[in-house]
Design a protein around this ligand. Structure first.
Ligand code: TXA
Ligand code: MG
Length: 355
């Protein structure tokens, strides 16, 4: 067991002394959790193979699932990649710093373990003063997967990080809850047209305004567990975002969804189960279950995205046997929310009321 240091840091004006403490840990090969605008990341020096190995170990992450490399200056991109396609410049200009991860051909400067032996690399520039200050002060690109134990929902607060990783990492920079609450969008620029591998904080609609055409990887809107061979982004084949209790997602027009959620509650009650429902502000009142939680208003998809992982984690404290979740429209950030919910359910999806 390590002693995990927690440093409270102002999200807008981080204290340089605290950033220095954290950067010293990174430079010595240690592990520091830090906030980004999406979720908390667990950082290590991306160019230090031993540090990256420790990163995989702390998270219990399979070695075939590479982390994203975080940079604070677009110049660093040239040391990480061999080829920058023309559309990359436009994307970086419009969306960086921000919740967009770009996949490039990798350079040999990056240790094999950091890219899980692939010939490509995932890079992003986060839009958070603490993250940017930490990368700058560390003077190296920082490899950072989300700072959760593998398989758990990503952490949107330092407390979530503490719950999963206390005693396994050196420090946590605590700047309060993250703003966006779902991870960055992952876009593969090694294909033509570019391929959306993971929907996230940058919407597909926004990407299309720059790129015109974007190919959707079959996993993005996957409704069933797809064959592993199809996993271009290796993370896709591993179970993700799962609370302790099994999740069922009910999809369709809202009236039909509500009727089906109610009848499922009854079915599970008959079996003597303790039932949780993941609803929304407009619908939560309608359910009688053991635990009913709201994601927020259906009119505010940003808030629903920001609440998603926190609410999924809260169910772990309620000892429910099953969680029945309403779907939301898969538009804008809703595409990322539905992708995470479907994964959390292991693709246990009930479709109702569709023509
Ligand atoms: O918002 C985020 O992206 C957060 C914060 C901390 O920046 N990070 C994050 O990292 O979500 P992680 O490691 O949990 O997810 C990275 C995803 C995984 O699905 C991984 O498989 C994929 O990016 N990935 C990494 N390198 C890749 C590559 N070369 N090709 C395709 N997918 C890649
Ligand atoms: Mg993750």
């Amino acid at each position: 067991m390590k002693q995990t240091l927690t440093l409270k840091v102002d999200p807008q004006q981080p204290d340089p002394k605290q950033i220095q403490t954290a950067a010293d840990i990174i430079r010595k090969g240690g592990l520091v959790a830090f906030p980004t605008e999406t979720v908390y990341g667990l950082g290590a020096d991306a160019l230090n193979p031993n540090a990256v190995q420790a990163l995989f170990q702390a998270k219990n992450r399979p070695l075939d699932n590479p982390p994203i490399i975080h940079i604070e200056n677009t110049k660093t991109i040239h040391t990480l990649t061999t080829q920058i396609p023309p559309n990359a410049e436009k994307l970086m200009q419009k969306f960086w710093p921000g919740p967009l991860t770009l996949i490039f051909k990798r350079s040999k400067t990056i240790p094999d373990i950091t890219v899980a032996g692939l010939d490509t690399v995932a890079v992003r520039m986060p839009n958070h003063p603490v993250a940017l200050a930490l990368i700058k002060q560390s003077n190296c690109p920082i490899a950072a997967p989300s700072a959760n134990l593998a398989g758990k929902p990503s952490p949107t607060t330092a407390q979530h990080v503490h719950t999963d990783l206390n005693g396994k990492i050196d420090a946590i920079l605590d700047s309060g809850p993250t703003r966006i609450g779902v991870e960055s969008t992952v876009l593969d620029l090694t294909t033509t047209p570019a391929t959306l591998l993971r929907p996230g904080g940058t919407t597909l609609e926004a990407l299309k305004t720059v790129l015109g055409e974007v190919k959707l990887h079959p996993f993005v809107a996957a409704e069933k567990e797809l064959a592993v061979e199809k996993a271009r982004s290796p993370g896709m084949k591993h179970r993700h975002y799962a609370p302790k209790a099994p999740v069922i997602v009910v999809e369709g027009v809202i009236q039909a969804v509500m009727a089906t959620v109610k009848s499922l509650i009854c079915d599970y009650w008959m079996q003597g189960k303790r039932v949780g429902v993941l609803a929304t502000a407009e619908t939560a009142w309608a359910y009688e279950a053991d635990v009913v939680k709201s994601l927020g208003s259906r009119r505010n998809v940003d808030a629903m995205a920001a609440n998603l992982f926190r609410v999924l984690r809260e169910f772990d404290e309620e000892n429910v046997d099953v969680i029945i979740a309403e779907s939301i429209p898969a538009e804008g950030l809703g595409l990322a929310v539905m992708n995470r919910l479907r994964k959390a359910s292991g693709y246990h999806i009930v479709k109702v009321g569709l023509p």
